[in-house]
Design a protein around this ligand. Structure first.
Ligand SMILES: *Cc1c(COP(=O)(O)O)cnc(C)c1O
Length: 355
């Protein structure tokens, strides 16, 4: 499939990336492809980034049939590269399947993404911790108030230069274990990157912030006992030398994060026992109390690694590793950041060239 290019009349001035935080500025171009039952996915093109006209009866606005993903581009020796592009685009189709969105042509997505990143290569910031955040997404475009799977869809990729996540240094967060609200439940949409899961998480996040916690740690929605994940990150524990995390295969309400897979692959390569299994909040607290809970951290594309310094559960606070960043957490963060910048050899083949 040929990818068309529609040139922008004017280009934007590039912002000072160190001052813009996350997801506030967008580049000059975006990738677009549309679906209808006759043509399938068709007419892939790179077009100027612009607002869209949406019908007030658009089904996504009313019923939320949509998916997204998130990944990042960097520069290695001046050349644009993308971290785990293929793995992320495969996950787009995992989410699509759960949401009954027609499977997207992988090769067109990948070629389109690479072409877009190459076109926008001057937007990739190069200071430490900065990146060009990539947001692919699909939404239903039928204009109809009946509750139905849509017949038409739009796939877009937009790009946003982002500042270093840890502008004030790599710092531990305080997390509230949520025992009232649920994000996703067995049989629901938890394994898809879909807006509904975020909608379900907003209120609990607000309540946690009001109580001065940074994020919420979700427990399973059935027994309210097993650890699931944090807001937009997966969670990992270092207990008695082992790297333990909940398994998305066993717990289908968890999003199968690619950063968690990256961490586990590197940890196994370093010789750590890597265990994916159900872990209850009671087990985590018992490990804290008997001194074997060594480190806790979140993993996700936006923050990469987020050290956890404190957990709150049922009114009690549990400090982890004296509230400081653990050695393993720091080493893992530095190593993955090194692969991003090109300072660490990419022995796992995570880096894909965008040319
Ligand atoms: C995106 C996301 C993650 C992290 O996934 P990565 O692939 O590591 O970025 C974790 N949990 C949820 C709910 C997410 O949406």
């Amino acid at each position: 499939m040929e990818i068309k290019f529609v040139e922008a009349k004017t280009l934007k001035a590039k912002p000072d990336v160190s001052k813009i935080g996350f997801g506030t500025h967008f580049t000059d171009y975006m990738f677009e492809m549309n679906y209808n039952p006759t043509d399938g996915w068709h007419d892939p093109k790179i077009v100027p980034y612009a607002d869209m006209a949406i019908s007030p009866a658009n089904t996504t606005i009313h019923y939320g049939q949509a998916i997204f993903d998130g990944l990042k581009a960097y520069k290695h020796n001046g050349k644009p590269v993308i971290f785990r592009a293929s793995t992320h685009l495969q996950r787009v189709n995992v989410s699509a399947k759960i949401m009954d969105i027609p499977e997207l042509p992988f090769d067109v997505m990948l070629t389109g993404l690479k072409k877009l990143i190459y076109t926008e290569r001057d937007w990739i910031p190069t200071e430490k911790g900065q990146s060009l955040y990539i947001r692919p997404f699909v939404f239903a475009t039928d204009n109809f108030l009946g509750v139905n799977v849509s017949k038409t869809y739009k796939f877009l990729i937009i790009l946003s230069p982002v500042a270093a996540y840890y502008a004030h240094g790599f710092a531990p967060v305080k997390i509230m274990v949520e025992d009232k609200y649920v994000r996703a439940v067995r049989g629901g949409l938890g394994a898809a990157k879909t807006p509904a899961n975020y909608a379900a998480s907003l209120h609990a996040g607000l309540v946690a912030h009001e109580k001065n916690y940074d994020q919420v740690l979700w427990l399973d929605g059935v027994e309210r006992k097993y650890i699931e994940e944090v807001g937009s990150m997966n969670i990992l524990f270092k207990i008695n030398g082992e790297i333990v995390s909940p398994s998305p295969k066993e717990q289908t309400s968890i999003l199968d994060g690619i950063t968690r897979r990256t961490v586990n692959q590197i940890a196994a390569d370093w010789g750590y026992p890597v265990v994916e299994r159900k872990i209850s909040i009671d087990e985590v607290i018992a490990a804290h109390d008997n001194g074997t809970l060594e480190e806790v951290f979140g993993s996700g594309t936006a923050a990469v690694i987020s050290p956890v310094g404190l957990l709150e559960y049922k009114g009690k606070e549990y400090v982890i590793n004296g509230g400081k960043i653990g050695d393993f957490t720091q080493k893992m963060y530095d190593y993955i950041e090194g692969i991003h910048t090109g300072e660490v050899e990419d022995k796992f083949g995570f880096i894909e060239a965008a040319e």
